[in-house]
Design a protein around this ligand. Structure first.
Ligand SMILES: *Cc1c(COP(=O)(O)O)cnc(C)c1O
Length: 959
């Protein structure tokens, strides 16, 4: 095993021996032998790489980066070079306080990133002129697709959408995929009239060609659409909106796009934060996460995820969107970019870009090159005399890449890095100086000049020096609890080490400065990395092909289900539209099934938490001829290796259905057993859980989809890529469909998982999985007599996570699962997953990366809380005034002049452990050494939902 494995795995030597003893097994191998049902393999590392040393891995990544060629990109199409201020790169992107945080479901310990996300929402809603914006979509194309789905929902039953031809090709490709599954008809806007079946018209502003129409053209279109009862969806460039009238000002209903050029590198296609903004009347239809403002118990302003219950369950089979993991880290970066530059700085950047584009157009036209439009922001479309290919070759010889429209036309998009000398080079490459033409004078339409103010909130005016911004970012990070403070024991969301070496390569220019549509030879390093990573993931899962295109687990699910659908349809099996999903499934499962065009039929859960086989048989019998698929999670959402999994797969196969195994939680399987071997036809994996990509506070993610050979031809393809899955386009039905805007999705963070797999190697991965299972079983063994373990699998063991039941304690003491979760904050912990998949329970996943001391500290904290709850039941403390219901305690609360509570201040903020615990000396001392102070007291959720405010509150509210 490599020297890295002991850095990644937290439990070794006597600690491991003690934990094995507590669980009642002699070795890690015995543990997996007992825990896994008969029939599942125990050793599955064939095809996984040999582990390498840290230096070897860095060298290998440097080699891959060097095979990518960084040039001046004028390609545009939604991806622009940008300057990431170093203060933002170092203090956010490279700072574990930001990138290792979890999704802010526990708002009291997430105020920093929630404030940053409200800032993001404010940037988007201000610039677009919309009432309300969410805190991020996966990319521009999926954001536009979600906008279209929203429009079809609110216009009821209307099923035609008119799309402007002047829209990015990749956006159109994703729209085609998504519309096809839901029987929405897409027509070109030009040709069609707007009739009563039209749900929406979609336009791009400025257009993909760069063209900016007149205000009168836009208002005429908006009026026609609204008269016909259709919504107007605008895909807008946020930076252009500093100069152009906002879509809201001329009547748009929904605005979508990307914030990439707000300081986030192109990174081969992602990750970047997409955005979606709507008029107020559509706010409850908005997919994704929405940060709102509420108040805490003392009435102080506090942020939280609004409408959270809606999202956690993602509305299941009534789902409208499946988005779960979004792009929080990138949204935080974009928000910080807007904070740092402010409205004047952003406007200056936009003006400079526009000036360069104008200069370029003017100089080219002076030599007889004709322009498609004289009204543009940053993109100039040209008809080049010698043809597009010759022009591109000339540009390439000067290290410049551009977009090929067709044989005759190219597009050049200026960006924040465009300089005079680049323009000189382009002119040199394209013009024949002996030819002269009539110089034109391009200009944006005066009618569309932006006249209203934006980003007026003080946040956008306060932090103009680097010292001020550095301190602001630090103050936000200090409010939050991330993995750099302690463990985040979340079930269903593996929060393991994201090592520094795994993160190292993502900001190297050889990965960060590559455009996703750069010529293939310029992306050779990425291609090699993708092919190798796909082959390792195939080996880890037992499948024949993998696509890395989906940029979150939810998108992997959608892609996998679309593959199943495509497969059935290709065989003329047109009736197989039913997807069986167990009652306990993750919310995204049912939502994805609906979006892939399936009808969801729920299968009951038996008393022991496993799939109810009788109900499964009944449902199969009732839907035999319509059975398309079953979607199961393994280990189950209860963290159990169900021993009936083979049986379930066989019964569904026998009835003609396909088996989707949700592999988001592969941390219980890698190196041990493979879903492709025990019955799955297709799975998605979450690289941001099992494969070390950090959670980013709620994204980015990568959700590769893996399938057996018969489904591989139906995996995602991409019209703008010569090579998509496993390096071989020919394995795919041409144009089967894109699920992400970029062919390799969030390519820029793939080096993280690549490094993880190579550092660990097959043997190391197997030990990691076994250590994760050991940690979960150790926690189960220690806690069971206080907070009983709800479900167990073979040998009385759990998988990589366990559910502990707080309901008996509640019945006995009145203390709820909420109180336990909030009290854990006082003890210095992030709460486990709460009330999912079973209400009133906590799901704990320690992962392999935590050391025994930290795991014990968590157990002791929970035992301490259990003890405190008993004191409430025994009458030591009143039910409405005790350390649990008042948790979490802030410093301000603990320091009030007169302390009126029946427990001490010390008990409030430095709780000591219960009497029946074998105490390591001084939990209090340990807590004092690294005490985390929550900035707010318990937050009032319903208040925030009733008074939905989703942009920066006026400054008076803070005092
Ligand atoms: C996290 C998770 C998902 C969803 O993945 P996202 O990346 O958040 O979209 C799906 N299924 C299971 C079991 C998960 O744990």
């Amino acid at each position: 095993m490599t020297s890295f494995v002991p850095r990644h795995v937290g439990t070794w030597g006597s600690d491991r021996e003690d934990m094995l003893a507590a669980v009642g097994v002699a070795s890690l191998d015995e543990l997996t032998d007992v825990a896994l049902p008969a029939g599942l393999s125990r050793h599955a590392i064939e095809g996984l790489p040999q582990g390498r040393s840290e230096q070897e891995v860095l060298d290998r990544l440097a080699e891959l980066a060097s095979r990518n060629t960084v040039r001046t990109s004028m390609i545009g199409q939604g991806y622009y070079d940008t300057v990431t201020p170093s203060v933002i790169r170092r203090n956010i992107l490279e700072n574990p306080s930001w990138y290792t945080a979890y999704t802010p479901y526990q708002p009291e310990i997430s105020q920093g990133r929630l404030e940053a996300l409200v800032t993001f929402q404010t940037v988007v809603s201000d610039l677009t002129g919309m009432d309300i914006a969410n805190a991020s979509m996966l990319d521009e194309a999926t954001a536009v697709a979600e906008a279209v789905l929203l429009a079809t929902r609110v216009t009821k039953k209307r099923s035609t959408v008119l799309v402007s031809p002047d829209i990015f090709d990749a956006t159109r490709a994703v729209l085609d995929t998504r519309a096809d599954a839901l029987k929405i008809t897409l027509e070109d806007l030009d040709a069609a009239t707007i009739d009563s079946d039209v749900a929406a018209v979609v336009i791009q502003y400025p257009g993909a060609s760069g063209h900016v129409p007149d205000l009168s053209e836009l208002t005429e279109l908006v009026d026609r659409a609204h008269e016909a009862g259709a919504l107007v969806i605008v895909a807008a460039d946020l930076l252009a909106l500093t100069l152009l009238a906002s879509p809201g000002s001329w009547g748009a209903d929904i605005v979508a796009g990307t914030t990439q050029r707000f300081g986030v590198p192109m990174s081969g296609g992602g990750p970047h934060a997409g955005y979606l903004a709507v008029k107020d009347i559509h706010k409850r239809q908005l997919p994704g996460r929405l940060v709102g403002v509420s108040k805490d118990r003392d009435g102080a302003v506090a942020y939280r995820l609004a409408l959270q219950t809606r999202e956690q369950h993602i509305r299941r089979e009534k789902a409208t969107s499946n988005i779960c993991t979004a792009q929080v880290l990138l949204a935080v970066m974009a928000a910080a970019y807007a904070v740092y530059h402010g409205p004047e700085g952003l406007t200056r950047i936009a003006e400079r870009i526009h000036r360069h584009a104008v200069e370029l157009a003017t100089r080219l036209s002076a030599h007889g090159i004709s322009l498609s439009s004289t009204s543009f922001f940053d993109t100039v479309e040209l008809t080049v005399p010698g043809g597009a290919d010759r022009a591109l070759a000339g540009l390439l010889s000067r290290n410049i890449t551009a977009w090929r429209v067709d044989d005759k036309r190219v597009r050049l998009s200026c960006d924040e890095r465009t300089t005079e000398s680049i323009i000189d080079d382009i002119v040199d490459a394209l013009v024949d100086t002996s030819v002269s033409g009539s110089e034109i004078a391009p200009a944006l339409p005066p009618s569309l000049a932006r006249s209203d103010e934006f980003l007026t909130h003080p946040t956008f005016h306060r932090y103009r020096t680097e010292t001020l911004l550095m301190r602001y970012l630090k103050s936000l990070a200090d409010k939050d609890y991330a993995l750099d403070r302690g463990m985040i024991p979340l079930g269903s969301c593996t929060m393991k080490l994201n090592s520094a070496i795994e993160m190292a390569a993502i900001t190297w220019p050889g990965f960060a400065s590559i455009h996703p549509f750069a010529p293939a030879q310029d992306r050779a390093g990425y291609r090699e990395l993708v092919v190798e990573l796909e082959s390792w993931l195939s080996a880890a899962t037992g499948y024949d092909g993998v696509s890395l295109q989906p940029n979150a687990g939810s998108q992997g699910e959608l892609a996998g289900l679309l593959a199943i659908r495509g497969y059935h349809l290709s065989r003329g099996d047109t009736a197989r539209h039913v997807c069986l999903i167990p009652a306990s499934a993750h919310g995204t499962n049912a939502a994805s099934a609906v979006l892939a065009g399936f009808t969801v039929v729920v299968v009951a859960t038996a008393a022991d938490g496993s799939i109810d086989l009788n109900d499964l048989d009944a449902k199969i019998a009732a839907h035999r001829d319509q059975l398309g698929a079953i979607m199961i999670t393994y280990p189950s959402t209860h963290g159990i290796y169900e021993d009936t999994v083979g049986d379930v797969c066989a019964r569904v196969h026998e009835a003609g259905g396909q088996v989707y195994i949700d592999g988001a939680n592969l941390n219980a399987l890698v190196g041990v057993a493979r879903p492709g071997d025990f019955g799955g036809d297709v799975s998605h994996l979450n690289l941001h859980k099992t494969f070390a990509i950090p959670h980013g506070g709620g994204g980015p993610g990568v959700g590769p989809v893996a399938a057996r050979a018969h489904l591989v031809p139906f995996l995602p393809s991409h019209p703008l890529s010569d090579n998509t899955v496993t390096g071989s386009a020919s394995r795919h039905a041409p144009g089967f469909g894109a699920v992400s805007q970029a062919p390799d999705g969030s390519a820029g963070i793939l080096p993280i998982s690549y490094a993880y797999l190579l550092l660990m190697g097959g043997e190391g991965l197997r030990v990691a999985t076994q250590s994760a299972i050991l940690a979960a079983n150790y926690v189960a063994a220690r806690l069971d007599k206080y907070l009983p373990v709800l479900y167990r699998g073979p040998g009385g063991l759990v998988g990589h996570e366990c559910i502990i039941d707080v309901r008996p304690l509640r019945d006995e003491t009145g203390i709820t699962v909420d109180d336990v979760a909030k009290r854990l904050v006082d003890y210095g912990f992030h709460a486990p997953t709460m009330s999912f998949p079973v209400p009133g329970t906590l799901m704990i996943e320690p992962t392999e990366s935590e050391d025994r001391g930290e795991i014990d500290r968590l157990c002791e904290a929970l035992i301490g809380i259990h003890d405190e709850a008993r004191r409430v039941a025994e009458g030591d403390w009143p039910a409405d005034d005790n350390p649990l219901v008042n948790a979490p305690h802030t410093a301000a609360h603990a320091l009030v002049g007169e302390w009126t509570h029946p427990y001490s201040r010390e008990q409030a903020v430095y709780p000591s452990i219960g009497s029946d615990v074998l105490a390591e000396p001084g939990l209090a001392a340990a807590a004092a050494a690294g005490k985390y102070w929550p900035p707010v007291r318990r937050i009032d959720g319903p208040y925030g939902d009733r008074n939905l405010v989703c942009s920066c509150p006026p400054i008076e509210d803070y005092v």
